[in-house]
Design a protein around this ligand. Sequence first.
Ligand code: C5P
Length: 234
Amino acid sequence: MKKGDVIIALDFPSAEKAYAFLDQFQEEKPFVKIGMELYYAEGPEIVRQIKQRGHKIFLDLKLHDIPNTVKSAMAVLSRLDVDMTNLHAAGTIDMMKAAVEGLTRPDGTRPMLLAVTQLTSTSEERMQNELLINATMPATVQKYAQNAQEAGLDGVVCSPLEAKLVKEACGDTFQTVTPGIRFADGDVGDQVRVMTPEKARVGGSDYIVVGRPITKAEDPVAAYRRCVKEFLGD
Ligand code: C5P
């Protein structure tokens, strides 16, 4: 099986703050996640600059619109040369297929494309009562993951507690990228359902997304190294 990676969530409000953080890494070039906050603040230039510094990039913009619009937007993102990006599986299989088409470059290559199944901030109760999805959370996550696989996507973003369910539904090579990671002795913050890097790996996570346990650590480089060591067991 392909070896996964630790992805640092660059949840910073400006390029200046993101670069100040990245400048601390002299030896390694971590895989980083650029989310809505930093992307909307700085635009596509932040992606080009961080790519130029030698980092792999997960552009976490969670697209969800009509298929044609998502296809065109994905074509723009593929020209930005990101390594991984995502959308909401709720946009339907047609939307996901259009996204794959848009993302595919003329030479046939494309960034990894992941689907968000149900956000981990959505409880089963709200999903059923507000969204009128008449199924359990595990069944919904599995079905959305299967839809993503049918559309040709590479995997899903999900809770580390759901990674096993996804692998059961879609097979071992279908990738799972999981936020909600905390060290055993660390602060949980606003995350509710968390796992340690080691347990996430054992539970079926291929990539873990880690924000505050690294970005807010006294020594972010040491925290990153600890995370990689616990996750990959090196
Ligand atoms: O600081 P922390 O480790 O909680 O950061 C986790 C990152 O993963 C944040 O960027 C957050 O937005 C993102 N995320 C999440 N839960 C999801 C999807 C994304 O925590 N279901």
